[in-house]
Design a protein. Structure first.
Length: 88
């Protein structure tokens, strides 16, 4: 597998993950009450505060996964590839 291909895949994963995170945040910001109503009917004992904490922690966990599994390997590949000459 080509190094540039892997770098491209990792970069696309970072971009897609950030887009998902932004969409999640915007939906939660704009329609948080509606989302709570839908999920509150499924989980009767969850409070609004608990619901907000769950979503906040989920967004933080997604951001952590994006950084650890996609951004850090992408940066490491870019740094280690700087000194190498291209075989093309």
């Amino acid at each position: 597998m080509d190094r540039k291909f892997v770098e491209g895949v990792l970069l696309r994963c970072v971009i897609l993950g950030v887009v998902v995170l932004i969409i999640w945040f915007v939906f939660f910001l704009v329609a948080g009450g509606l989302i709570y109503d839908v999920h509150g009917s499924m989980f009767k004992e969850i409070t609004d505060r608990q619901f907000q904490v769950i979503h906040y922690c989920g967004m933080g966990l997604l951001k952590l996964f994006i950084f650890v599994f996609f951004l850090v390997p992408y940066i490491a590949l870019r740094w280690t590839g700087k000194g190498q000459k291209s075989a093309d």
